[in-house]
Design a protein around this ligand. Structure first.
Ligand SMILES: CC(C)(COP(=O)(O)OP(=O)(O)OC[C@H]1O[C@@H](n2cnc3c(N)ncnc32)[C@H](O)[C@@H]1OP(=O)(O)O)[C@@H](O)C(=O)NCCC(=O)NCCS
Length: 148
């Protein structure tokens, strides 16, 4: 069973652990070590707590925190699932949660910036490529999914 709930004070270290494990074990296949190191430094506990103030941040809990995603309206950010539990529907569950919230607020579409590593995941969930963009953390795919 996976519960999706809002980020709470005290979740920061567990969320950072999920993100760092993803970056080092999954994203490192697609990005150079220098970018991975920079991203690990960027996603500190302080930064995650700040982002949780600025956006709506969620965690997926399966005994412990197994994944996270955040949204600002219909924009998706920081989607990560612990490598130990990938392939068990945690990512889909998190995305459906925030898509339902955005649809309920009247948004027509959801938009995400996907890493090379996460690109196929979003396509599998019905997201369609719009363009690519170069960010400070390398190539990103921008995709959208209609919500109605
Ligand atoms: C990408 C990621 C979020 C997927 O999470 P997950 O919990 O493993 O995904 P799910 O199990 O919910 O998968 C949903 C579907 O997408 C498919 N899928 C998952 N990752 C995929 C990928 N990288 N490429 C293609 N398909 C993928 C699954 O096979 C599943 O398909 P199904 O409909 O046949 O069941 C996770 O692997 C991750 O955190 N990766 C590293 C960080 C990252 O790149 N984040 C993404 C955006 S920045």
């Amino acid at each position: 069973m996976v519960e999706v709930r809002l980020f709470r004070p005290g979740d920061g270290p567990a969320v950072v652990d999920v993100i760092e494990r993803c970056l080092r074990e999954l994203n490192s296949r697609d990005y150079p070590a220098e970018i991975i190191d920079r991203m690990c430094t960027h996603f500190s506990v302080e930064r995650i707590e700040q982002l949780a103030d600025e956006r709506q941040m969620f965690v997926a809990v399966r005994d412990e925190i197994a994944g996270t995603v955040s949204r600002d309206g219909n924009k998706v950010f920081t989607m990560f699932v612990h490598p130990r539990v990938i392939g068990h529907g945690v990512g889909r569950r998190l995305m459906h949660h925030i898509e339902a919230l955005a649809a309920g607020e009247g948004y027509d579409y959801m938009e995400t910036g996907a890493s090379i590593t996460g690109h196929g995941f979003y396509q599998r969930l019905g997201y369609v490529d719009l363009r690519t963009s170069e960010t400070e953390f390398g190539l990103n795919h921008i995709l959208r999914k209609p919500l109605r």
